[in-house]
Design a protein around this ligand. Sequence first.
Ligand code: AP5
Length: 224
Amino acid sequence: MRLIFLAPPGSGKGTQGARLMKEYNILQLSTGDILRENKKRGTKLGKEARYYMDAGELVPDEIITAMLKEEIIKPEYQTGFILDGFPRTKFQAKALEEILEEMNLKLDAAIILEVPKQELISRLSARRTCRKCGKTYHLIFNPPQEPDTCDAPCFGHLFQRADDTKETILNRLKVYERNTSPLIEYFEETGIAIHINGLGSVDEVYDRIKHSLAAINTHVEVKK
Ligand code: AP5
């Protein structure tokens, strides 16, 4: 199964992607996670990306596309993947098409998670992430058992992402509207777009995605 998410910041790409990964036994490839890891390690890529990420702007197409290409050709992605955060521009969508064509592969579905703006702001403002394992919480909808601490067995410290401040969240949403939302039409035309209501509990949203995926004609055998 080869999937992409086409969805705004805070819509649940990371949350739902982690579940799909287990269900379909495929890997989640999050461009945001790779960039944050590079930022943390202080690599050349991390230093280049820092300015854009902290401002809620997109990292330039050439940089991010080269990074994606380098990653997706790895053997662990050959049986399938969920792209979380790529493509985000027409340039990236075309580049992905070319990369997959070279690999003789096709996407099975583009999952479009629909969540109203106010809900996105509320989800992102209260998100906390574990420094050790990367698990995310929400202070109200999905709080940790102990304040600022990841649940067992990790017990890592929880922090707020640098781009989860009010001003940067608003800019990220603007950037999504301007650069990424036009891709919805692009993927509708290819016939692989699946629209999912992203409101409701994590379980409810997940069930909707699962049912929609089960309905598409795919050669992939679902685990369980
Ligand atoms: P990235 O890391 O991709 O961030 P994003 O798109 O802004 O998405 P988020 O990770 O913030 O949200 P999400 O949709 O994964 O939601 P989550 O599941 O965490 O990108 C970061 C930056 O990197 C970009 O701004 C850019 O600079 C750069 N970048 C990355 N890719 C790029 C690209 N292709 N091109 C250029 N630049 C790129 O959920 C959010 C919160 O809501 C959590 O607290 C969660 O617990 C909660 N939640 C989830 N589902 C529900 C639910 N159903 N009900 C209630 N709460 C929920």
